[in-house]
Design a binder for this molecule. Sequence first.
Ligand code: A2P
Length: 228
Amino acid sequence: MIGLMQTDEKTGREKPLLRAYSIASPSWDDELEFYSIKVQDGPLTSRLQHIQPGDALIMRPKPVGTLVHDALLPGKRIWFFATGTGFAPFASLLRDPQTYHDYDEVIVTHTCREVGELAYGATLIEEIRADEMLAELIGEGFADKLRYYPTTTREESPKMGRITDLMRSGDVFEDLGVDPITPEQDRAMVCGNLAFNLEIKDLLEGYGLREGANSEPREYVVEKAFLD
Ligand code: A2P
């Protein structure tokens, strides 16, 4: 949870205004990074977008969440499925050595309405591929395991369509040259809007994957992206 202090209109008292965010920076980093949309009249993001170095930000000390490696059984390939700002937790995991240690292949899909919304993820992927410190930390050639599959739904781009439709049609597997998802080989983490999460859960269950938890690791995990 991060946020700012705000004045309560009725009582005039200062109180915290907090929202759940994913930490986008990797766990080894000494800086914390967050990725947010800007809602022009949103109570928090209308102000958050204007904060300056030196301003105070509230952060609750205890992080919670389901997108953790320990909730998954070992597998060959991991899929990160994101829509919109749901990319944030994967921005962290894509820079986590364990991701590449645990899997032979790491596929990240990102579906957004417009091309501009893909920019943060696309830039990050490029930076990861070129990052010499990461190569030293994770192992030379780690980025060869990384596949990136961006799609848009409302603006023209090289790949259009909802990832769920592209899975149903088989396009995504054909484009990437990989076998369709199986519970033996594939693991998945999902983070997006509520409708997307529900639809992709259905698809993954259809492939035979089961939802895992820290107490009972299985084949996939889901987290709701902020602001549904
Ligand atoms: P679409 O434009 O077809 O609704 P949002 O900005 O509303 O959170 O959506 C982010 C992306 O997720 C959009 O590209 C949107 O596609 C897509 N999306 C929304 N609902 C679903 C769903 N049920 N299954 C797959 N993709 C979805």
